[in-house]
Design a binder for this molecule. Structure first.
Ligand code: ZN
Length: 227
């Protein structure tokens, strides 16, 4: 968990570091770029809190485990328990909105997918979820009109808009809560737009959500010996 803390509008919030529920293939163009079908229902998976890392600091990738891809995603910090909730209850439970990386060991994920095995080793390793500070949702306005951008070494590589989500934030939270209770301090990662690709040690990343959240970070090597 490194030094990760939940921070909203510049203030540390006193909530536990919970699980991170992620949705795969929530943008049609991203599903197509990895030759996956566009799903009829959200594809869900979970990262444990040990995957959390502060996005504003250097991010560490386990290069000895194969190619590690960036996926830039709008993130939601949950402030109230949600079990089989309505969209209205989901809206009231959003404490903060941020941006983060769903780091993915793509070679390993492909091997697991080929064997129809779960993805956890590829998605849920230590440090696999660098997450930004959050802002309260009123600072962003319509959550389905947010621009997600990632620049890799100053080149624009991801440039998506949350308008293109297959399942929008509120129905997504309601859907998740049919299976997993969301607790205060949990995060939801809402899927990546297209443009994903591999990271290399030394890469400089510049990540933003609309004009509101902006993070710069550098990719470092997580050595095998130190794990
Ligand atoms: Zn993702």
């Amino acid at each position: 968990m490194q030094d990760y803390q939940h921070i909203v509008d510049g203030h540390k919030v006193d909530l536990p570091l919970g699980k991170v529920v992620c949705v795969g293939r929530n943008y049609a163009a991203h599903a197509r770029e990895l030759n996956n079908p566009v799903p009829a229902e959200p594809v869900l998976f979970i990262k444990p809190n040990t995957a959390l890392a502060p996005l504003g600091e250097a991010i560490f990738i386990p290069a000895h485990l194969g190619e590690c891809h960036f996926e830039t995603e709008m993130s939601i910090l949950i402030g109230q328990p949600l079990t089989q909730c309505t969209e209205q209850q989901a809206q009231q439970a959003i404490l903060g909105v941020g941006i983060g990386l769903d780091l993915t060991l793509r070679d390993l994920q492909q091997q697991l997918k080929n064997k129809s095995l779960p993805w956890e080793k590829a998605k849920s390793f230590d440090g696999a979820c660098p997450a930004s500070e959050f802002v309260s949702p009123d600072k962003l306005g319509d959550l389905q009109q947010q621009q997600i951008q990632l620049r890799l070494n100053q080149q624009l590589r991801q440039d998506g808009n949350t308008a293109d989500m297959l399942t929008a934030v509120l129905p997504l939270l309601a859907y998740i809560s049919q299976f997993f209770t969301l607790l205060p301090g949990d995060l939801v990662f809402t899927g990546t737009p297209s443009g994903v690709g591999p990271l290399a040690v030394g890469d400089q990343l510049d990540i933003s959500l609309s004009e509101v959240i902006h993070c710069q970070t550098e990719v470092c090597l997580r050595k095998k010996e130190s794990t």
